[in-house]
Ligand binder design. Structure first.
Ligand code: TRP
Length: 345
């Protein structure tokens, strides 16, 4: 690790573009909680990312607050982890412009997430594609490089954006280290991709990630879903005709996905789960058990979420504001070094 005097720096964030999903919880928020002691940790609400696609301001306001309350509900320690709103730290957008000038259109056009999202914005060639969708990964690179982050907890779908971030950092290090006292301008960050729970798939289409933006909401479990809704979604989750609880991602991707959710929530291994249900005639008992496991976990989170809502204005907002001020100070020196290195001084 490059940053030898302290714990390594970890930075990550969640985009408040919809309600929080079980995938966000297992793939991001829970890993933040689990690794909080290993890192000097920055976790933010990526609200500037949420405006890169069409959005409604009322919904955005509600969703960004939900992310904060969900961080609290999942057990992130607001006194240890630096939690803040991205838009409160102005250097993010400032650095994004500088990085945009060091990124090519070809690189951004190759990002698969951009291609997928752009495809959905249909109409008249590129006329309906917000430019923010294209520059999204540069803003993400700015988030990361601003803090000299050593590690970034991300889902597997963000690997390509991490690669771009590393490329931009290396490219600028090469060009500007001479004007930066011979030292690299940026720390080149490592993605920290988790094994279990990192990639929860859609319940109806297990070939795509469980995501807030999927067309059919029935394939996505939201953390705030009621027990009835959860039961219905799991009952209707796509399985297949083998009727065996067996982990086979190729032949039974639906059941494999449900088993991963089961494993992530119970701590059991996949083979333990296979053994538990080896005599079951079909998926019924497994699904009934999974419904209970998911409902129990989300029930706990929902209770704490409601607690967080109550203290949001009085306790959480002051902490967020204090953190944003501290973060602004921390990144200011960095921003100045960057301006100097590129010839603004
Ligand atoms: N793009 C990330 C996602 O959708 C969210 C994000 C924005 C992020 N900026 C970041 C994650 C910086 C890690 C670090 O998951």
């Amino acid at each position: 690790m490059k940053n030898t005097n302290h714990k390594p720096i970890m930075l990550s964030g969640i985009q408040p573009s919809n309600r929080i999903t079980l995938g966000n919880y297992l793939g991001a928020i829970r890993p933040y909680v689990q690794t909080a002691d290993m890192f000097d940790m920055y976790v933010f609400v990526a609200d500037l990312h949420a405006i890169t696609n069409t959005f409604d301001p009322e919904t955005l306001a509600k969703n960004r607050k939900e992310v904060v309350c969900m961080y609290y509900a999942c057990g992130l320690d607001f006194n240890k982890v630096k939690i803040f709103y991205q838009s409160d730290v102005k250097s993010h957008t400032e650095l994004a412009h500088i990085l945009t000038c060091h990124t090519t259109l070809g690189e951004l056009n190759r990002m698969t997430q951009f291609k997928d999202k752009a495809k959905k914005a249909v109409g008249n060639g590129t006329e309906m594609i917000p430019t923010g969708l294209l520059t999204y990964p540069v803003l993400m690179a700015a988030d990361i490089l601003l803090y000299d982050a050593d590690a970034v907890i991300v889902g597997a779908d963000q690997k390509q954006h991490m690669e771009l971030t590393r490329n931009i950092a290396e490219r600028m290090n090469k060009k500007y280290s001479k004007r930066n006292g011979g030292k690299p301008l940026f720390v080149v960050p490592e993605p920290y991709i988790l094994k279990t729970g990192a990639r929860i798939m859609d319940l109806l289409d297990p070939s795509i990630k469980m995501s807030k933006s999927n067309i059919n909401e029935k394939g996505t479990i939201f953390v705030m879903d009621s027990p009835e809704v959860i039961a219905d979604k799991i009952k209707k989750a796509k399985t297949d005709s083998f009727n065996k609880v067996k982990y086979d991602k190729e032949k039974q991707p639906g059941i494999a996905n449900l088993m991963e959710i089961y494993a992530a929530l119970t701590g059991m291994t996949l083979s333990d789960i296979e053994k538990t249900y080896k005599d079951a005639p079909n998926y019924g008992v497994f699904k009934t058990d999974l419904i209970k496991i998911v409902c129990d976990e989300l029930n706990k989170l929902q209770a704490r979420f409601n607690e967080a809502l109550k203290i949001y204005d009085s306790k959480l907002v002051p902490i967020l504001e204090k953190n944003a001020k501290e973060c602004s100070k921390i990144v200011q020196a960095k921003t100045e070094a960057i301006y100097k290195a590129i010839g603004m001084k």
